[in-house]
Design a protein around this ligand. Sequence first.
Ligand code: PLP
Ligand code: COI
Length: 341
Amino acid sequence: MEKKQIDWSNLGFGYVQTDMRYVSNFKDGKWDEGELTPDANVVLNECAGVLQYAQTVFEGLKAYTTEDGHIVMFRPDLNAKRMADSARRLEMPVFPEDRFIEAVAQTVKANAAYVPPYGSGATLYVRPYMFGTNPVIGVKPADEYQFRVFTTPVGPYFKGGAKPITIKVSDFDRAAPHGTGHIKAGLNYAMSLHAIVTAHEEGFAENMYLDAATRTKVEETGGANFIFVTKDNKVVTPKSDSILPSITRRSILHVAKEYLGLEVEEREVFFDEVKDFAECGLCGTAAVISPVGKIVDHGKEICFPSGMDEMGPVTKKLYETLTGIQMGHLEAPEGWLKVVE
Ligand code: PLP
Ligand code: COI
């Protein structure tokens, strides 16, 4: 199969329309068979549930070309499960998990020409999502839904790729206790837009959100979880009921323990202790592992010893091991890679 003529190594994290997408509709209490279509447009009633009350959830995962030329997806079963959890929380019907995996695989396969070549630094980002389609005017869940999957080839989420970024402690909250911070709902991202635009205007790459109740504990950023490394090489990551359970973070903890023999801790992380860590990184499907060099808290700077030029040594090992597994360069734990072709 011939690849598209794309300057893979200069791709940013943006939308490039690819050839095919998957669509399935939920009506009268059941999902239809679903199909691939070339039509990238969605036509909706003006009163559709998603347009009025933001009833939409989504996922993000990636497909990679491995060293030996296969196309694989990384842990799509966990995305399927998380989307089911997200849907239940927003009173949406669950798209069956086995069908989710089949739908993302079909969509990736149909867009194989857009899966960046091994070693290009780019990947194919896969975006499954679901939304309420029928008219809803009283506040209640929709009765009809559409599930879709599209793909787009992407480069690094943050400009500069592996260069450490500077982030700020946000004055805004991302998620409420007992709210929706733990699911991947569009509404969480809508409410982070003002905060991210403000951060960018002030010259920061991202926001560090603290817990809304006490503002003393580290939560996450708008699109990634945190990992920290202590001065004695322990990997620490915040535990909270109001952050997204990142698949990358869960994978990193496994890699740290089982591949690198590091101690790992998932626990509450107080903002006061952040200054004592040796390294800090953001982890997620889009972010992979993006090093943080500096955190600014209302003018007070926390500068990590790893500096602003390159990733800290432990972060780098985690990055190389994780991406090595994703690209088939290192042996993956059982079930982590789903071969598409
Ligand atoms: N946190 C938020 C708010 C996110 O949007 C994402 C992205 O998916 C993550 C964390 C990382 O999750 P994952 O590693 O599953 O992509
Ligand atoms: C992801 O990493 O998949 C995300 O969804 C983060 C961001 C692009 C919203």
